[in-house]
Design a protein around this ligand. Structure first.
Ligand code: ATP
Ligand code: MG
Length: 363
């Protein structure tokens, strides 16, 4: 196990800057999840950590040692890919043993490592099969086994579950989390899946366009997004955004937020609110922080679609130009065209500068 430091790391392909100066600190044993839109540089960053891609600038340290010029095989890192990359002509046992055999470890050592990994992953009955004789989840487990046998300092995962169906994903997600609790190997995990990121991570790093937008513990990012991008990216269904104007009310009364139709609601953050009277802002409220109020309360919206999932009711409604999503634990029998009054939980709303997108909460 080892800590990992990524310091001012840059990557250029030809004249195109792909990673534009990334700093990430990963403590020994920590599980870090990288998220961000397609093309933002997640896989490139992982490949640089693994040594499969050269670094244009900055430093990568593993266990306190700069590894910029260390060969991939000497970095003591194991990577698990989306497509598993198993050798089709080799049995499960040989697939798992491959890297150790290649490193000329003696047979009893290899057998013992493979057996231990197979025990952990429940692969004992499958050791003599070939990849084609396995289900998707079993193949994924073999790919994990191949990483585990090496007992590396760091695991890198690049969307390892994205080829699996929804149910298997959930199961494997729990297995990977359990595995991490057991082995405590420093792990860096790339995913597109919100729930995977929120539930697996000690630390989430949100990337966009080759830069880190914010990093922190999952619930900290969820509760205190630093900007509009992170607010909209973390959480599913996503946070609602409504264009508005900040009203300071002469500094006397509490600040308010005014929408285009003149509706006003209390501004968030109390005395920690930044921003000036008349400033253009974006108001943010999560679907689960809206409740139904009486006429005259909150925000009057017109219902477009109601989706009862059984566990809760998801409602899409319209407020002027803005579509709003709300989620209620209780059941509602209103339908399309009805007017409903959505009352935000004012202690959990957000406000961002309309232009820069930065949160107006003082930090
Ligand atoms: N070898 C290469 N040569 C030139 N450009 C590259 C190369 N590899 C990646 N890129 C570019 O770098 C950018 C980042 O790619 P990367 O694969 O890291 O994105 P990603 O965040 O993993 O995306 P996804 O979520 O789709 O997997 C993309 O614009 C991609 O086209
Ligand atoms: Mg990728």
């Amino acid at each position: 196990m080892a800590s990992v430091q990524i310091r001012a790391v840059k990557k250029q392909f030809g004249s195109t800057q792909i990673i534009r100066g990334v700093d990430i600190d990963i403590a020994d044993g920590e599980f870090t999840v990288l998220v961000g839109p397609s093309g933002c540089g997640k896989s490139t960053l992982l490949r640089m950590l693994a040594g499969l891609e050269e670094i244009t600038g900055g430093e990568i340290l593993i266990g306190g040692t700069v590894v910029n010029n260390v060969q991939p095989k000497d970095r003591d890192i194991a990577m698990v890919f989306q497509n598993y990359a198993l050798y089709p002509h080799m049995t499960v046992r040989d697939n798992m043993a491959f890297s150790l055999t290649l490193a000329k470890k003696d047979k009893s050592f290899v057998d013992e490592r493979v057996k231990k990994a197979a025990d952990i992953l429940g692969l004992n009955q499958l050791l003599d099969r070939y990849p084609r004789q396995l289900s998707g989840g079993q193949r994924q487990r073999v790919a994990m086994g191949r990483a585990i046998v090496r007992d590396p300092q760091v695991f890198l995962f690049d969307e390892p579950l994205s080829n699996l169906d929804a149910k298997l994903r959930v199961q494997m997600r729990t297995e990977i989390k359990e595995l991490h609790q057991r082995l405590k190997t420093t792990s860096i995990y790339v995913t597109h899946d919100q729930i995977e990121a929120m539930t697996m991570a000690d630390q989430i790093v949100v990337m966009r366009d080759g830069l880190v937008e914010q990093r922190g513990r999952p619930l900290d990012l969820y509760d205190h997004p630093a900007n509009l991008f992170v607010a909209g990216f973390i959480g599913s269904p996503a946070m609602n955004f409504i264009p508005a104007t900040l009203r300071r009310n002469g500094g006397g009364g509490a600040a308010e937020v005014e929408f285009a139709d003149g509706t006003r609601v209390p501004a968030p953050y109390g005395s920690a609110l930044q921003g000036n009277d008349g400033q253009k802002v974006t108001y943010g409220v999560r679907p689960e922080h809206l409740s139904i109020g009486a006429a005259g309360q909150g925000i009057a919206t017109k219902v477009i679609v109601v989706e009862p999932t059984g566990a809760d009711t998801e409602v899409f409604s319209r407020f002027g130009e803005t579509s709003l999503t709300s989620i209620f634990r209780e059941r509602h029998d209103f339908g399309a065209g009805d007017v409903i009054h959505l009352v935000p939980d004012h202690s959990r709303t957000h406000l961002f500068d309309a232009e820069s997108g930065k949160s107006l909460a003082a930090r």
